[in-house]
Design a protein around this ligand. Structure first.
Ligand SMILES: *Cc1c(COP(=O)(O)O)cnc(C)c1O
Length: 333
């Protein structure tokens, strides 16, 4: 197999030129008291992207680099929801046929949103790895796979979020990013550390199904059991043939914090009640680090820190969201 060339800062800058017409430069907002007393904190509101998640950035950057023949044959992906939705959106805008394969664990609201965008759904299996087998069958029939995270163009696209952060807040010294397959954190950390090497990058994953954390520990991709979590967008493995994101996480991530379900729920509640923001579990997860003294300590974040918190998505069924906000109990088992 040919050597893997990791994306670099020029790739992220080129991505910014492509992504510009489709994605928003999202706001970076200060927080209210008492959170403002914990550190200097700002929220990168990428849950406000069209489609409700940052995934639009990477999907756009990848789709715009396909040639005419590839566009005609169409694109396919396996997705826990938000990548599929973003790919379907950009594909529809560009007139490219799009098929999205997903496991049965993906919530109904996300499935409906993707179907409504005109994409073909293919649902089956209990895990993303099983959905991936369906993708490979379609690739053999000529479609191009745009995977959700382990792809140089997708990583570079997500990295445009990092460029915006530094443009809006050059003084920031820490960023907290939700981590699943690692496309987001790889791109963001690449952009930030290329421009300002002193920046600390903190990753958060749910304790239930932290495949990247287990893989970093093992020094190679490992599978973990896929468990239901409030942060459903952070579920799924990193792929046993991972090419980019494990290496980039190993290179760039300074601390990796695992979250209980209750901490994720607390972050969602905080954002709703104190900042008037609606987020899904994955979208709120990064904030959980700041709400707990032990987690702040683990992440190496003190009072003097200037911390950007990446809010990554807002795609949650409103009935479920309201039950959580009004106190539905959250369990870890
Ligand atoms: C995909 C996703 C993530 C994680 O991104 P990775 O690139 O897989 O690490 C985080 N939050 C939301 C809302 C997502 O959709």
């Amino acid at each position: 197999m040919s050597a893997v060339v990791l994306p670099d800062l020029d790739d992220v800058r080129a991505a910014a030129g492509r992504v510009d017409a489709y994605a928003q430069h999202t706001p970076l907002l200060p927080v209210s008291q008492p959170l403002a007393a914990v550190a200097e904190v700002r929220l990168k509101c990428d849950q406000l992207q069209p489609g409700g998640a940052f995934k639009l950035r990477g999907a756009t950057n990848a789709l715009l680099q396909l040639d005419a023949q590839q566009r005609r044959a169409g694109v396919v992906c396996a997705s826990t929801g938000n990548h599929g939705r973003a790919l379907a959106m950009v594909a529809a805008a560009l007139g490219v046929p799009c098929t999205v394969c997903m496991s049965e664990l993906v919530p109904q609201n996300k499935r409906e949103a993707i179907a409504a965008l005109g994409a073909t759904l293919c649902i089956g299996g209990r895990s993303q790895d099983e959905a991936q087998l369906q993708v490979e069958a379609l690739v053999r029939r000529g479609m191009t796979e745009i995977p959700p995270f382990d792809h140089a163009h997708v990583i570079a696209g997500q990295g445009t979020l990092g460029l915006e952060l530094l443009q809006d807040w050059p003084e920031m010294d820490t960023v907290i990013v939700p981590l699943s397959g690692g496309g987001l954190i790889s791109g963001v950390a690449l952009a930030l550390k290329s421009l300002k090497p002193s920046i600390r990058v903190v990753a958060v994953s749910p304790r239930r199904g932290a495949a990247m954390a287990a893989s970093v520990q093992a020094g190679k991709p490992v599978e973990v059991e896929e468990l239901a979590t409030l942060a459903d967008s952070l579920g799924g493995g990193i792929g046993m043939h991972n090419r980019y994101t494990l290496a980039m996480v190993q290179r760039y991530v300074d601390a990796l914090v695992l979250l209980d379900e209750a901490a994720i729920a607390a972050a969602m509640r905080h954002l709703f009640f104190c900042e008037s923001l609606v987020t899904e579990g994955a979208g709120a997860a990064a904030l959980a680090v700041l709400l707990d003294e032990d987690l702040r300590h683990l992440a190496g974040i003190g009072k003097q820190a200037r911390v950007a918190v990446v809010l990554s998505g807002r795609n949650i069924g409103m009935a479920h969201f309201l039950r959580l906000m009004t106190g539905e109990e959250v369990h870890d088992g």
